[in-house]
Design a protein around this ligand. Structure first.
Ligand code: ADP
Ligand code: MG
Length: 706
């Protein structure tokens, strides 16, 4: 048997060299569809197939018809309209009725070739226009009975773009290129990568056959089998890769050992903890503690809904580090948040011999120099800050634990930079308040260990959420006034919707003026915060709201992350239909933090599509972040879920982790079993996998993997 090779095949050739492509079209294919190689063309899958052996009667066309094929005689045509409305309209007639065929482009050419009285086979997307069934820009050919009988296959329909269509690279031409490529391929060009027992278990076709059948199926069943196989392959390879990374780290990576629970932890826990931990906080803390005592590096994702009390878990973990003689750092995504953590933590620790410092972009040179010096000398135990912590100048004496708050604002590269700040990589705890559905978390972050706080601190009064239309604005403002007069504070959030920052800012300013008209000084004061402000201005405005000098905070979504003002009890979200579910939930989490009953008011225009309606309904019905995340996943699909987009791992070409959950589960289970039984993939059975992963390594951006 010749050695299996996945890298040196014809398929890695540049698309330019495929017959019928050439440099100009290759350039278009690269730009428009990211097709660089022969293999990329094979991976450009048809989104559906049409059965061209089927001819529908014209009378079966209805307003929501899809693509279909009809056959009939052209009874006449004429040119109508002017300028951009100019079109050629022909009438096609069969035994059951009549249909209009319409062309807006290429009119003179169509006019020349269209023959009145001729019978045509016509294919296209059918629908109704002005009460008439019609097909716009149909594909036409002269009808002969053999055409129907001869076409014993399902014709693929490929995604393309307007630009490509204009350069004769529409779906049909792409199909032709793919067909000729596939006909030229030999079995060894698409070697098998799955172990034979998996192929047998699911009765999967070979990889070579699957590629043939997914493009040009000989039957519906064969197409389905090909589809299943390739979906499985996609999921399985991704899961296997994650599983191997995780296993490697567990087996071979060094980690600092936090063996003891010492004085600091115990003193704080018994004397200064302001409340009892929830059961979930305790459990998570145990998981973290045991992870950090193993002698290997911890890489853990901590999920917990807004307000579930992640900060206390972080603080206690940092005390553990200090007890074991290590420094730790806490990274926040914004200066406001870093400040807030710093204030909160220094207050909590004020009786303990722990030195806490804050390092952000606005710390002045002299102070910064001192911090950096003390840090490298080991005088500082706990450093809180923003991205500024990642700079090379920031050197620790012995960093043992790095905690990243609100993970979705941090890229993977940034996490990697933290690793390099100590000889033995520090333990890493990534905390996120974006509830990620379990399915997704395990898929996207399969290489991370995973803890979850699924219980809220006691005594929270649930937030009441309502949806109001624009025209009820005055009533909403009256409600805000009554809450403010009771001593509460209010957020009013504006979306970032326009393409341009300038327009967004104008939109916000208009909103601000509007709010001001309802709430005039000196009785009411308003803070405004947005992304274009200088950090000092932002901070001042924020602090005025925190100190209750202002009653209203008008803002864009910059306050989305983590800000804590317990006295704020009303959240108004303007143009709420423009926000995704997860974001709405995040925003709502800013209220309901104090002892007062809180409200979230979703203001929208009258025009709502079904999905927006559904989102609003869910928001009004539940406060459960995980439920909302599941719904979000259902509504939007995995590609759009905040925080997972950059992982790249969820951008499967064929598989959909919601709809193909059964394949995902199977893939996960098998990947785990194989990586545990044969972590180096050295058994004869697993050699194809090893070769495949090896060849992929160069092509795939490994940094994309969390
Ligand atoms: P998040 O998980 O969103 O970061 P925080 O850590 O900011 O949540 O906690 C939200 C609020 O709940 C804070 O005011 C915090 O002091 C309080 N809190 C945290 N844990 C508990 C608990 N076990 N019992 C009572 N209050 C708690
Ligand atoms: Mg937080």
């Amino acid at each position: 048997m010749p050695p299996i090779s996945f890298d040196a095949t014809i398929l890695s050739s540049s698309i330019e060299y495929l017959k019928g492509v050439g440099p100009f079209r290759a350039d278009l294919l690269r730009k428009e569809l990211q097709i660089f190689t022969f293999k990329d063309l094979l991976d450009h899958f048809p989104f559906r197939h049409v059965d061209k052996t089927k001819v529908s009667p014209i009378s079966s066309v209805h307003p929501s018809s899809d693509y279909l094929q009809v056959a009939g005689t052209i009874t006449g045509f004429s040119i109508m309209g002017e300028n951009r409305g100019k079109r050629l309209v022909a009438t096609l007639k069969d035994a059951s009725g009549e249909l209009e065929l319409v062309w807006f482009q290429g009119i003179s050419w169509v006019q020349k070739i269209l023959q009145v009285g001729q019978v045509y086979l016509v294919y296209g997307k059918a629908g109704y226009f002005n009460g008439m069934p019609q097909i716009t820009h149909p594909e036409m050919e002269i009808y002969t009975p053999e055409k129907i009988n001869g076409k014993a296959f399902l014709e693929p329909v490929y995604p393309s773009t307007e630009k490509l269509k204009a350069k004769s690279l529409g779906g049909r031409q792409i199909g032709k290129l793919t067909y000729s490529l596939l006909s030229a391929l030999k079995e060894r060009d698409l070697p098998e990568n799955l172990p034979s027992n998996i192929l047998q278990q699911f009765r999967f076709p070979s990889r070579f056959d699957a590629y043939q059948q997914i493009h040009f199926p000989s039957s519906g069943q064969q197409h389905q089998a090909a589809m299943d196989r390739l979906k499985f392959e996609e999921l399985f390879i991704a899961q296997l890769r994650l599983s191997l990374i995780r296993l490697q780290r567990h087996r071979y990576s060094n980690g600092v050992v936090f063996a003891q629970v010492g004085n600091l932890f115990n003193t704080f826990y018994h004397n200064y903890l302001p409340f009892d931990l929830t059961g979930a906080q305790k459990r998570v803390l145990r998981e973290i503690r045991s992870d950090m005592a193993q002698g290997r590096q911890m890489n853990r994702l901590l999920q917990g809904d807004v307000g579930s009390g992640k900060t206390m878990v972080a603080l206690l973990s940092m005390l553990l580090a200090a007890d074991n003689g290590f420094q730790s750092c806490l990274l926040a995504p914004t200066e406001i948040l870093a400040n807030q953590h710093y204030q909160g933590i220094t207050t909590l620790l004020k009786e303990l011999p722990v030195r806490v410092e804050l390092l952000t972009g606005s710390v002045k040179t002299a102070a910064r120099r001192k911090i950096l010096k003390d840090l490298v000398e080991g005088e500082i135990d706990l450093l809180i800050g923003t991205h500024a912590l990642l700079e090379d100048k920031v050197q620790f004496h012995h960093l043992g634990l790095a905690i990243i708050d609100e993970q979705h604002r941090f890229g993977v590269e940034q996490r990697a930079r933290l690793w390099k700040k100590a000889v033995i990589p520090p333990h890493i705890l990534v905390m996120t308040a974006t509830p990620i559905p379990r399915t997704l978390a395990m898929t996207a972050y399969g290489d991370l260990d995973y803890s979850i706080i699924d219980e809220m601190p006691p005594g929270r009064i649930p937030i009441t959420t309502v949806h109001r239309f624009e025209y009820a604005r005055a009533t909403v403002m009256d409600f805000l006034r009554s809450e403010i007069d009771k001593g509460r504070q209010v957020y009013i959030i504006f979306p970032l919707i326009e393409e341009s920052e300038k327009l967004d800012l104008e939109n916000l300013m208009r909103g601000y003026e509007n709010v001001k008209a309802f709430f005039p000084e000196p009785r009411y004061y308003i803070s405004m915060v947005h992304g274009k402000q200088a950090p000092e201005v932002k901070e001042t405005n924020m602090q005025r709201f925190v100190k209750h000098d202002t009653q209203i905070m008008v803002s864009t979504t910059v306050i989305e992350v983590g800000v804590n003002v317990p006295n704020a009890s009303v959240m108004v979200i303007e143009s709420a239909e423009k926000f995704g579910l997860s974001q709405l939930h995040q925003l709502r989490g800013r209220v309901g933090r104090g002892s007062e009953k809180s409200f979230c008011i979703l203001l929208t225009g009258m025009q709502l599509n079904n999905e927006a309606r559904e989102r609003l309904k869910i928001m009004c019905a539940t406060n459960d972040g995980f439920l909302i995340a599941e719904k979000d996943l259902e509504l939007r699909g995995p590609g759009d879920i905040e925080g997972t987009r950059q992982s790249g791992l969820l951008n499967f070409k064929l598989a959909n982790i919601v709809q193909d959950k059964h394949w995902l589960d199977a893939a996960k289970q098998l990947a785990l079993a194989i990586s545990e039984a044969d972590p180096t993939l050295s058994s004869l059975e697993n050699l194809p996998l090893k070769a495949f992963l090896h060849a992929q390594k160069g092509k795939q951006a490994w940094s994309k993997i969390s």
